[in-house]
Design a protein around this ligand. Structure first.
Ligand code: DAH
Length: 339
């Protein structure tokens, strides 16, 4: 009988020291669990005189019930405190304005490329992507570039081992297309090109887009008409084109193509350096030798080709004064191209 009182006091004291519901549970098990102290009391029943057993039994049961109530009360208190703490720690102020979602934007060079691909796909051109690693044959020889041409120089071209090089122009892709298909051919070929060149308007890696049309009866007039379409779509509806004689080994005749200045409309301004015209691309009639190199009969077929620099177009169109801005990945710069 005295034991029950001692146990009750002990349990009470210990229970009050519990800092959280888990600790309380441990203490509860120590007294009321299957191997707990209260349970142990019942195991002693047999040692008690028979006439005192009912009273003892009742006493132990009362103790069990009283302790169960006490533990339950304490548990409720602790659980409540724990919940309050958790709610305080996880508090969310639903009135705080959310973080703004910043959508990305397409890179200016990507914009120019997409616009051009769209334009040319709309008039029946297919997109062909040639390899960035080429050899001398595709990049120079088949394009009728003499062995001693300065473009082949180590100072201009990045050579790799075993006669390979990083293509210096998307024109290399023209050869691959003409070698593997029969006319009519109508392709554009956008991609990266590489040259040992580095200043405000030149970068060792940049993008070009090549165009090639080969069929029966293609003339310079076809090229000229298509360029007018291109200029109006890329710049303004009023933009005009002009062809100036030039030289490229793979075209004959060759032309440089200017567009009327879309900034001043041709009156003369800093963008066109007072001339009213801006040079945008190189073009010409595919050289008979190049057609022959690809197994196309130049007496039956003729073609025109053109090549332009995507960075140059982007810089002109968006008024960007340094090509480095296009590769620095500064979001403050890139975020401006959202139209
Ligand atoms: N490949 C020339 C360059 O990189 C550009 C070019 C000029 C491409 C005339 C052509 C073309 O297809 O006909 O400077």
């Amino acid at each position: 009988m005295e034991d029950t009182e001692l146990i009750e006091n002990e349990a009470q004291r210990e229970a009050e020291t519990a800092q959280d519901s888990h600790a309380l549970y441990e203490i509860k098990m120590k007294f009321l669990g299957r191997t707990g102290k209260v349970t142990a009391l019942l195991k002693n029943m047999r040692e008690i005189e028979a006439d005192k057993r009912p009273a003892f039994g009742k006493r132990v049961n009362d103790l069990r019930e009283s302790l169960e109530r006490k533990f339950a009360l304490l548990e409720e208190k602790l659980k409540k405190r724990e919940l309050e703490r958790r709610l305080a720690a996880e508090e969310i102020d639903v009135t705080v304005p959310g973080r703004r979602f910043k959508p990305g934007a397409l890179h200016p060079v990507t914009r120019v490329r997409d616009k051009l691909v769209d334009l040319f796909a709309g008039i029946g051109f297919e997109v062909f992507e040639g390899p960035e690693i080429e050899d001398q044959y595709y990049n120079f020889t088949a394009l009728n570039t003499p062995e001693d041409h300065p473009a082949r120089d180590m100072q201009d071209t990045f050579y790799l081992s075993n006669g390979f090089l990083l293509r210096t122009q998307t024109s290399a892709g023209q050869i691959r297309v003409m070698e593997s298909r029969k006319p009519p051919i109508k392709i554009v070929s956008p991609g990266r090109v590489f040259r040992s060149d580095d200043d405000a308007t030149h970068s060792p890696m940049f993008h070009q887009m090549e165009g090639l049309v080969v069929d029966r009866g293609i003339t310079l007039c076809d090229l000229s008409g298509m360029l007018d379409e291109f200029a109006r779509a890329m710049f303004t509806k009023e933009t005009k084109t002009r062809l100036r004689p030039s030289y490229f080994p793979f075209t004959e005749p060759s032309v440089e193509v200017d567009v009327s200045c879309f900034s001043c409309g041709g009156k003369g301004c800093p963008l066109c350096k007072g001339t009213g015209w801006i040079e945008v691309l190189g073009a010409g009639m595919v050289n008979r030798k190049v057609l022959k190199n690809c197994g196309i009969d130049p007496d039956e077929y003729s073609g025109f080709a053109f090549g332009l620099g995507l960075e140059r177009i982007a810089m002109l169109k968006y008024g960007i004064n340094n090509i480095k801005l296009l590769t620095e990945n500064d979001v403050r710069f890139l975020a401006q191209f959202k139209d």
